[in-house]
Ligand binder design. Structure first.
Ligand code: COA
Length: 260
């Protein structure tokens, strides 16, 4: 599959998806959102892909936001539809993937860019990264899940401050407040992402899929996360991975998970 706005590379069970509009600081236009949806759907269905790393091309930006030029003249109705469609195609979609997604934030992650990084299962950043939700400086609010996921990650007060001031925080502050897990140099960012991804590939991806569901359940309205955990825990007992994992432990060898 070839794309115009993104690159997809696969190696050793790890797929790297790079948003590739560096001249526009990788801003998310309609086509890019659609291509990301198509690529993530294909990777989720691909048995060879165990982990996805998501990053931006160039040295300046992960993603500098939704493409402002596309929605500047939208009506109330079009604005609502833009947010709904984007959340469905990309942001909720990424959060609910069974394949782990690591966002490697390599520069500006603003507006829709930070929202995309927050939809990933966890984030790492390069030390030049700058993150923020500047939407209110444009007269709009975050519309791709930012008002929900930022408080989940950094707490309500910090999220309110970031949203109301429209300010940016650096990578170290992002780490201190739980927005990213690790900070490294730009040169080492993808290496670190690959190291973490490789660790993940050694574990049971069936179990990881269940764990993602259970963790996400905590943030869904009307869903009892403990019940989802119980159900996903029980399901594991019917998998080949569970059989292999427990047998390998008892035989004092490393597990070789079939992923089923
Ligand atoms: N949507 C559309 N185009 C964008 C964009 C966005 N969110 N962010 C950057 N670009 C484009 C710029 O228009 C410019 O295009 P041009 O060269 O054709 O004029 C190009 O990317 C480079 O950006 P520029 O602003 O010249 O770079 P900079 O280094 O001076 O500033 C930023 C970098 C990130 C501070 C600045 O681009 C910015 O504030 N972007 C918008 C961030 C934002 O508000 N995002 C939330 C959107 S809801």
């Amino acid at each position: 599959m070839s794309y115009e706005n993104i690159l997809v590379q696969k190696e050793n069970g790890i797929a790297t998806v790079t948003i590739n509009r560096p001249k526009k600081l990788n801003a998310l236009n309609r086509d890019t959102i659609q291509e990301l949806h198509t690529a993530f759907s294909a990777l989720e269905a691909d048995a060879e892909t165990k982990v996805i790393v998501l990053t931006g091309s160039g040295e300046k930006a992960f993603v500098a936001g939704a493409d402002i030029s596309e929605f500047a003249d939208f009506s109330v109705d079009e604005g609502g539809k833009l947010a709904a469609k984007g959340q469905e195609l990309l942001f909720d979609f990424v959060q609910n993937l069974g394949t782990p997604v690591i966002a490697a934030v390599n520069g500006f992650a603003l507006g829709g860019g930070l929202e995309l990084a927050m939809a990933a299962h966890f984030r790492i950043a390069s030390d030049n990264a700058k993150m923020g939700l500047p939407e209110v400086s444009l007269g709009v609010i975050p519309g791709y899940g930012g008002t929900q996921r930022l408080p989940q990650l950094v707490g309500k007060g910090k999220a309110m401050e970031m949203i109301m001031t429209a300010g940016m925080i650096g990578a170290e502050e992002a780490k201190q407040c739980g927005l990213v897990n690790h900070v490294t140099t730009q040169e080492e960012l993808l290496g670190l992402a690959n190291k973490l991804a490789t660790k993940i590939t050694r574990n049971s991806l069936v179990a990881i899929r269940g764990a993602i569901k259970a963790v996400n359940a905590n943030y869904e309205d009307g869903v009892n996360g403990y019940k989802v955990e119980i159900s996903e825990f029980g399901n594991c007992f019917g998998t080949e991975d569970f059989n292999e994992g427990t047998t390998a432990f008892l035989e004092k060898r490393k597990a070789n998970f079939p992923g089923k």
